[in-house]
Ligand binder design. Structure first.
Ligand code: CA
Length: 234
């Protein structure tokens, strides 16, 4: 369960949002204006925020800037008017993680919010990492800024999908990465519908295993949970 703050001055929409998200199992707190939201954010800890940009007292944009200075990692989904292209751009520049245009579909809001919350739980990966096995002379090195991966001196040829999968496994090495986590990072590239991606995961794991064959690293299938990158024991 995530603890969410819903900031929306339209009572009907606010009540609707609160009811739906509560039903989805989240803990909900609501605020009808920017000032009330600010007071809540000062005393209470939240996992995510849904923020309407058109708010009385303190505008949504102002609140967003204030919030970003204090809580840089808090996931924020903004709601903007349909014709508010400018707002959207400004909002994203001010640090919103995602946006939805009114009127929006409740299922889409839940999906986007779920994605933000899951992503926030994964550690950010912005640097370079090296994983070496004592059984191999070829350490795996990944650099997220390029992005590029090497096995020893040899650059690995990876598709976008393979890269996303590998960097997730590497940052979580020694821990289980769930299928859901992988699909989440994949769906942030709008290439493929979810069901197809889910079936494709096995295929991509298989391909990555082949590419890592001399690395001394192994992608273990942890039944029912997901996958784990580990140094192989033989
Ligand atoms: Ca409004």
């Amino acid at each position: 369960m995530s603890s969410l703050l819903i900031i929306e001055d339209d009572e009907l929409l606010r009540d609707g949002l609160c009811a739906q998200l509560a039903q989805a199992g989240h803990g909900i707190t609501a605020a009808a204006d920017g000032e009330a939201a600010q007071r809540l954010l000062e005393v209470q800890r939240f996992d995510g925020v849904v923020l309407d940009l058109g708010l009385p007292k303190i505008s949504g944009m102002e609140l967003l800037r204030w919030l970003r200075k204090r809580l840089p990692a808090l996931p924020v989904l903004i709601l903007t008017a349909r014709d508010g292209v400018e707002d959207r751009v400004q909002g994203l520049n001010a640090g919103a993680d995602d946006y939805l245009t009114k009127p929006f579909n409740m299922a889409e809001l839940q999906a986007r919010l779920g994605a933000l919350l899951r992503r926030a739980r994964l550690p950010a990966f912005g640097g370079s990492l090296e994983l070496a096995s004592s059984h191999s002379q070829r350490p795996l090195r990944v650099d997220a800024t390029l992005p590029q991966a090497w096995l020893g001196d040899e650059a690995l040829e990876l598709t976008q999908r393979e890269w996303a999968l590998l960097s997730l496994l590497v940052t979580q090495a020694g821990r289980v990465v769930s299928r859901e986590d992988v699909l989440e990072t994949w769906q942030s590239d709008p290439g493929e519908p979810g069901a197809l991606a889910s079936n494709a995961l096995e295929v991509y794991i298989h391909r990555l295993r082949r590419k890592l064959v001399d690395s001394g690293l192994n992608i273990r299938n942890v039944r029912g949970l997901g996958y784990m990158l580990e140094t192989s024991s033989a």
